[in-house]
Design a protein around this ligand. Structure first.
Ligand SMILES: Cc1cc2nc3c(=O)[nH]c(=O)nc-3n(C[C@H](O)[C@H](O)[C@H](O)COP(=O)(O)OP(=O)(O)OC[C@H]3O[C@@H](n4cnc5c(N)ncnc54)[C@H](O)[C@@H]3O)c2cc1C
Length: 453
């Protein structure tokens, strides 16, 4: 029974208008179903959020997407969003690692690797010896233990650790390799060596005008697409609890819960559907991430910014996790004669930094950037956003949570979970999971129709 708010009868209710919920809703619409999507904030997108300020286009969540999921590419084509994709500029290919107080380019080929100052000769030999490591990953192995076992301590410190900080905002000693990087464990099993398995190379892309263009165009597609079924988009509406098909509820056949990774305040019109326990994220640990976006006059940054950005290993004992050279990646992110830098702070190993006030965060970032990129003038614009529940950590608690989600889905037919707390923290992995979840929900709706009296 709906006690607040009004959602007319639909085949499916989707909770959460982040990229997972929107993808699941749009795919269910493509399969001809009536859907209602309920989003707590006034705008869709969740962490895929773009802020425009003084001519700078600032992405506060995802900056680029990896073209690694063929089902996602097909889906983007089918909704017309692929036409708005933009590829990063050629100047952004280099990646920097900060070592001994300076950004050093990571090697991009065998020749570079031999001459690279990032690793010592000893470290390079240990890395190449990976092909002789015969052991395979035991159950419960951490990312750090996996990398140490296969590639040695030096590679862990100067390559894997900053990568894990940059992508997961996480601690490699706490994340489980089987959950955080399942493809590496599979490659080890299959090829007995990651070097022998080779690297699959996928392109990166963004969207013109910022990443939030994608969820916004998905929302438009959802409510305007032709064909059977209809869609209702309710923003500014928070679902507190929901029930699904059962003796007490004739309103929905399925509920797709995608809201696990965000909690939002300042909500209006709460929707309460029944009194079942609902949130699935109580046992997931989230790393907070503070995003500090700064614009500069080009001549005030002496570093050429000729790359994707720089990652900062924990061993460097700096405050920042890394900085993306946003306007090198996508020139439309800064007005002419200016550059835009996006810096990430806090994460699982320094969560207390996310509690600093905005001006303290800007000061802390300015201090590190001035040193590392030789900044000589003040920022002309600044914006700070803190995601207190930024990135779910795929640690032991997460593995337990996944088991309990599977149990709940089995014991409560019609209830489905998706979102980046499930199987892959990146937006493309999240979308791919949402597409699979929508297909399972579609089967459940058809099953309801055949059994309904
Ligand atoms: C700083 C940062 C940088 C990132 N960078 C990248 C990157 O470069 N590339 C990449 O691929 N991924 C990146 N990610 C990860 C990516 O953002 C996520 O994987 C993806 O956006 C998660 O989508 P989601 O729909 O699962 O969750 P969310 O985006 O969190 O969406 C959940 C939605 O549910 C809503 N909601 C919550 N509770 C309720 C309720 N009770 N009722 C109704 N609605 C509710 C929320 O308001 C929110 O809109 C980054 C994440 C962060 C935080």
């Amino acid at each position: 029974m709906i006690t607040h708010g009004h959602i007319p009868e639909h085949d499916a209710i989707i909770v959460g208008g982040g990229i997972a919920g929107l993808t699941a809703a749009a795919h269910l619409r493509q399969m001809g179903h009536d859907v209602a999507l309920v989003e707590a904030r006034q705008d869709v997108g969740g962490t895929m959020r773009t802020h425009v300020q003084e001519g700078f286009v600032m992405d506060l969540g995802p900056q680029t997407l990896l073209d690694s999921q063929p089902d996602v590419s097909r889906f983007l084509d089918s909704i017309g969003a692929a036409a708005h994709r933009v590829e990063p500029g050629a100047a952004s290919r280099k990646r920097f690692i900060v070592k001994d107080g300076a950004p050093l380019a990571l090697p991009r080929g065998p020749g570079d690797f031999l001459s690279s100052p990032v690793f010592s000769w000893r470290g390079k030999l240990r890395l190449l010896a990976e092909v002789f490591v015969r052991s395979t990953s035991p159950v419960g192995e951490s990312v750090a233990a996996f990398v140490r076992r296969r590639f040695g301590e030096e590679f862990l410190t100067w390559a894997a650790d900053p990568f894990v900080s940059g992508v997961h905002a996480g601690d490699p000693e706490a994340l489980l390799v089987a959950n955080a990087f399942p493809t590496m464990v599979a490659a080890e099993r299959k090829h007995r060596s990651l070097l022998r398995a080779g690297q699959s190379r996928h392109g990166l892309y963004g969207f013109e005008g910022g990443m939030q263009m994608l969820p916004r165009s998905l929302a438009r597609h959802l409510v305007s697409s032709a064909g059977p079924g209809r869609a209702q988009l309710m923003t500014g509406t928070r679902v507190l609890r929901a029930s699904w098909h059962g003796p007490e509820s004739g309103h929905f056949d399925v509920v797709v819960q995608s809201s696990g990774s965000s909690r939002t305040r300042s909500l209006s019109a709460p929707v309460v559907v029944r009194t079942d326990g609902f949130r699935h994220d109580t046992s997931v640990n989230y790393a907070p991430v503070a995003v500090v976006v700064l614009g500069f006059r080009r001549e005030d940054v002496l570093h050429p910014l000729d790359g994707f950005g720089m990652l900062v290993p924990f061993a460097e004992e700096r405050q920042i996790l890394g900085t993306l050279f946003s306007s090198t990646l996508f020139p439309d992110r800064a007005p002419g004669g200016h550059v835009l830098l996006t810096t990430f702070v806090a994460g699982a190993r320094r969560p207390e930094l996310a509690d600093l006030c905005d001006s303290a965060l800007v000061d802390l970032v300015m201090k590190d950037l001035t040193d590392l990129l030789h900044i000589t003038g003040p920022a002309v614009t600044a914006h700070v956003h803190v995601w207190q529940h930024g990135i779910p950590q795929y640690d032991r608690a997460h593995a337990d949570m996944l088991r309990s989600l599977r149990d709940r889905e089995r014991s409560e037919p019609g209830l489905f979970f998706t979102g980046n707390a499930c199987h892959g923290i990146s937006a493309p992995h999240t979308m791919s999971h949402a597409l699979r979840t929508a297909r399972r929900a579609h089967d459940a709706i058809l099953a309801c129709r055949t059994t309904r009296p």
